[in-house]
Design a protein around this ligand. Structure first.
Ligand code: ATP
Ligand code: MG
Length: 392
């Protein structure tokens, strides 16, 4: 009996007009991720099938589990759509499965099949009862739920369904630029944005020698973990030292963080436009620190009118940590390297900054020129997923 991996699409099946595009995005990503495997991928409007070697099934399920847009993954037996063929295979499968109580559920997707779903379930149930000893039917809480999906040429028999991540396939929404620090919040924000179909590039601000090469390595490591969902991510590393030192030397300490963040937004907007990204994404969370009060956000955000998505804005820190653990970024995020936001940290950052004051303070430095220089001299690193050694 041939085993096959069957993919059920997620939310996307409701968006009929875009369906083909959605499916081909998933298909392209799957082909790319499985480039080193000997597989055949077949797609149609409702399902995708991966024909694989038996001994590679679990490995491949683990890989495709990270593709957004997939709702469920099933390891199924594939048999010809023919009543006696289905019946003999069902008996074979059931005799090799350990259970006392069971239930059969049929989905007759091919309406030309002569028996209704309900009748076919009854018939298969009867067949199992008659041929295998000691089994009883329990329709409410069976040990073993046998599902039979009847399609035109083939029928799929399976039991366990593995939850996929849901969401939309990465790239379907366009590109976004993620402001990625080494902290806990921004990688989670990036993950959530990718889940809505946004393909990411990342921007990281460093201030050498005040921030160390280890801090940058940490950010690269975070990008490589996010690569599990996107395969390849461009990281723009901005040298922020000149700007930060100018702020430090010339400004009211209370406003240092506010102005520093206004500079980050200005730079991010320019990089974003240059890279044809449609939004900025960051890990700000309402009220978490002084620069994330609503007044602060307003003063900071007012340097631009591009859309900014803050996926974790309304999550508690503990909720963010839960996701960080789930996606494997947490352990890296808590490594104790300094961030450029934490050096030169004033004792009392302003909680309710005034926009005219921010403008007044920052006007004493020639930031436009510094910004353009930082962008021009940035380092761009292409970080690729190692498809020979997945790191889940
Ligand atoms: P995180 O845990 O993601 O570091 P945080 O709670 O420490 O966030 P802040 O340091 O105030 O918060 O930063 C808020 C957001 O601004 C970050 O989530 C990130 O999106 C962006 N950001 C902060 N520092 C940097 C940096 N050095 N490079 C790029 N983006 C940054
Ligand atoms: Mg931070």
């Amino acid at each position: 009996m041939e085993k096959i991996i069957l993919i059920k699409y997620g939310e996307l099946t409701t968006k009929k007009a875009n369906r083909n595009l959605f499916i081909s995005k998933i298909y392209e990503q799957m082909k790319d991720l499985l480039v080193n495997y000997d597989v055949k991928i077949i797609k149609n409007r409702v399902r995708m099938f991966i024909e694989v070697k038996d001994n590679e099934i679990d490995e491949i399920v683990n890989i495709v589990k990270n593709i957004f847009g997939i709702h469920r993954i099933v390891i199924a037996y594939k048999v010809k759509t023919d009543i006696s063929e289905i019946e003999s295979n069902v008996l074979n499968i059931a005799s090799n499965t350990d259970f006392n109580t069971f239930k059969v559920e049929t989905d007759r997707a091919d309406k030309s099949f002569p028996i209704s779903s309900m009748d076919f379930s009854k018939r298969i149930g009867g067949l199992i009862l008659k041929n295998i000893e000691g089994k009883t039917v329990d329709v409410h809480n069976p040990d073993y739920l046998m599902k039979i999906e009847i399609r035109e040429d083939y029928t799929y028999i399976y039991s366990k369904e593995i939850e996929g991540l849901g969401g939309y396939p990465v790239g379907i929404a366009g590109k976004g630029l993620l402001m990625l620090s080494g902290g806990i919040d921004s990688p989670v924000a990036g993950y959530m944005a990718m889940k809505r179909g946004i393909k990411l590039e990342c921007i990281y601000f460093e201030s050498p020698p005040h921030t160390s090469p280890a801090a940058k390595e940490k950010v690269k490591k975070l990008v490589s973990i996010l690569n599990n969902y996107q395969s390849s991510i461009k990281l723009h590393v901005i040298n922020f030292t000149e700007i930060q030192e100018a702020i430090y030397k010339n400004m009211n300490p209370e406003y240092m963080i506010t102005i520093m963040r206004r500079m980050m937004y200005r730079i991010s907007e320019k990089v974003m436009r240059e890279r044809n990204c449609l939004v900025l994404v960051n890990g700000e969370s309402v009220g978490q620190v002084a620069s994330q009060t609503l007044t602060s956000m307003q003063v900071i955000n007012s340097v631009t009118n591009i859309p900014v998505i803050r996926p974790v804005a309304c999550l508690d820190k503990l909720e963010i940590i839960d996701i960080a653990k789930k996606i494997n970024t947490y352990e890296t995020s808590i490594l104790p390297y300094e961030d450029c936001c934490t050096i030169f940290l004033p004792k009392h950052p302003v909680i309710n900054p005034k926009i005219d004051k921010a403008i007044e303070y920052e006007s004493c430095i020639d930031y436009e020129e510094m910004i353009n220089r930082a962008i021009k001299n940035r380092e761009v690193i292409n970080i690729e997923l190692n498809k020979k050694e997945f790191n889940f």
